[in-house]
Design a protein around this ligand. Structure first.
Ligand code: NAD
Length: 264
């Protein structure tokens, strides 16, 4: 592979295991010469994330709970101390109570609405605030979204509302940071079987539905999300900001596929 990312240093937040979208992105970046730092959510995940980080020769692997301001401060302090700068940021973090990722949106509680918004939307802004002072030569940031932000998907509920807010925040952040040559984009990934996705009701059915109805007639892989992240985080994407880029085998373009075609 190329050295497209040679000399670039970035922070990857949201690896839980080797099926995480963040890991697909990290692998692609490392394969193209990027130097990576990682965060993990807590001690339980340390034993999964540390070996993965080591496999791409990462020197910075720190805990970070994005609901905790002090934890966020410590993460970016570690980056500042060791690198003094940052070129890119990958935010692949979301959470909602799985009891509310089932059935109707109507039943969303105030407490879980606030928590879902905090972790799945505001945390990206909180990370950007701390990354900006380190992006002295400009930079590129991405977050992960889903089609449930744009259209109703079964059981996605409050997470869809949070993703809609996240996508809007990408446009505001892109506008705020454009003058500093910092680009901000989202990748709207098709459904992928990960830890977080297993909390969504009928997720296997959603996967099947996408496979039958997407133009490519299949689901996407974390490696494919990684390829698109590489484009957005490298010089290849230098003209792109404020964008929500779909990596979903084309699913979002389809109103309805022909019966005979879908049944194949
Ligand atoms: P995942 O479970 O591998 O990753 C989710 C990550 O969020 C985990 O690493 C977890 O530790 C982290 N996280 C949750 N709460 C946190 C907190 N308080 N502090 C720090 N980290 C926290 O699942 P994934 O599917 O790879 O999810 C990554 C992103 O991709 C999420 O934003 C998700 O909504 C998005 N996404 C997923 C799919 C899919 O089908 N899997 C599709 C589109 C978008």
């Amino acid at each position: 592979s190329s050295q497209l990312m040679a000399g670039k240093r970035g922070l990857v937040m949201g690896v839980a295991n080797d099926r995480s979208i963040a890991w697909g992105i990290a692998s692609a970046l490392a394969a193209h010469g990027a130097e990576l730092a990682f965060t993990y959510q807590g001690d339980a995940l340390a034993k999964r994330v540390k070996p993965l980080a080591e496999s791409v020769k990462s020197q910075i692997v720190v805990p970070c709970d994005v609901t905790d301001e002090a934890s966020l401060d410590a993460t970016f302090k570690a980056i500042e101390d060791q690198w003094g700068k940052l070129d890119f940021l990958v935010h692949a973090i979301a959470f909602s109570d799985k009891n509310e990722l089932d059935g109707m949106y109507l039943n969303t509680s105030r407490a879980n609405f606030a928590r879902t918004m905090d972790i799945s939307c505001y945390s990206f802004t909180a990370c950007c605030q701390r990354a900006v002072p380190l992006m002295k030569d400009g930079g590129s940031m991405i977050t992960l979204s889903y089609y449930g932000a744009e259209r109703v998907m079964p059981h996605y509920n409050v997470m869809g509302v949070a993703k809609a807010a996240l996508e809007a925040s990408v446009r505001y952040l892109a506008t705020d940071l454009g003058p500093q040559n910092i680009r901000v984009n989202a990748i709207s990934a098709g459904p992928i079987k990960t830890l977080a996705a297993s909390g969504i009701g009928d997720f296997r059915y959603i996967l099947k539905w996408n496979e039958y109805n997407a133009p490519l007639r299949r689901n996407v892989t974390i490696g494919e999300v990684g390829g698109s992240a590489l484009y957005l985080l490298s010089e290849l994407g230098s003209g792109v900001t404020g964008e929500v880029h779909h990596v979903d085998a084309g699913y979002h373009t389809v109103g309805m596929v022909a019966v005979d075609s879908a049944a194949e």
